[in-house]
Design a protein around this ligand. Structure first.
Ligand code: HEC
Ligand code: HEC
Ligand code: HEC
Ligand code: HEC
Length: 131
């Protein structure tokens, strides 16, 4: 009896642990901008799961990519890493694409190609501060 209870607890803990990242993105409605110093805009609207469902994007690697020998991997993905872990704030010799540009290229780039999804600043950043 006691053994079964302990097993159940272990299983519940394992399930809860595995599900944690999914819960996090389900609840994600904006892209956190806390990493940017002196933010000029409100956080970009992005209902993570709802957006990707509506847009019909099944492949996590479309946004959470991994590069190998200069080419995007067809199989590896990086949803366990924030973009900033590879795209530091400031662009430079060993960081060709700074963080803000990485976001804008990815988000606006696809909206432009597909001719669907917002392109105007205020459609993603409803508020801008004036400085
Ligand atoms: C398709 C959505 C989208 C559009 C359109 C867009 N942005 Fe962004 N922008 C983002 C995302 C995503 C980030 C990074 C995360 C965040 O700021 O919430 C970002 C970050 C920024 C940042 C750095 C963070 C800050 O607040 O200082 C600035 C500045 C910015 N955008 C300005 C603009 C301006 C100006 C325009 C219009 C020319 C624009 N953006 C259009 C999605 C968008
Ligand atoms: C259209 C782009 C896009 C797609 C497709 C996408 N994501 Fe994300 N995801 C993001 C962005 C942007 C962030 C925030 C990254 C950052 O802050 O650096 C994020 C964050 C996450 C996080 C971290 C959540 C948190 O709250 O910290 C997880 C986990 C995640 N995504 C999983 C996935 C999985 C799994 C898939 C595929 C089923 C997926 N994503 C597809 C754009 C995307
Ligand atoms: C594991 C490291 C890694 C992570 C995490 C990562 N990238 Fe990248 N990304 C790269 C590398 C490497 C390149 C190639 C150019 C370079 O060296 O910066 C690249 C290129 C890009 C490009 C230009 C080429 C293209 O695919 O259009 C964009 C845009 C981009 N990343 C956006 C993002 C965004 C947005 C995120 C977070 C959702 C992200 N990246 C997460 C490593 C990463
Ligand atoms: C691979 C293509 C693709 C990428 C990458 C992409 N989007 Fe979109 N986005 C779409 C499409 C398609 C729609 C229209 C969906 C619909 O309403 O049918 C859309 C719609 C939106 C909308 C309108 C509201 C909504 O949720 O439908 C917002 C806001 C948005 N995108 C923000 C972003 C942000 C922020 C990013 C980057 C983190 C991003 N998108 C990356 C394809 C993309």
């Amino acid at each position: 009896m006691e053994k079964r209870a302990i097993m159940l607890l272990i299983i519940l803990m394992a399930v809860g642990w595995a599900a944690a990242p999914c819960l996090a993105q389900e609840k994600m409605h904006v892209v956190d901008n806390a990493i940017f110093p002196d933010t000029r805009c409100s956080p970009a609207l992005f209902d993570h799961d709802g957006h990707n469902e509506k847009a019909g994007i099944d492949d996590c690697g479309v946004c959470h990519h991994v590069y190998q020998n200069g080419r995007k991997s067809e199989v590896e993905t990086s949803e366990d890493s924030a973009c900033v872990e590879c795209h530091a704030l400031k662009a430079g010799a060993d960081n060709p694409i700074g963080l803000r540009r990485a976001f804008h290229l990815r988000c606006i780039g696809c909206h432009q190609i597909g001719e669907v999804g917002p392109l105007m600043c205020a459609e993603c950043h409803p508020r801008a501060s004036l400085h």
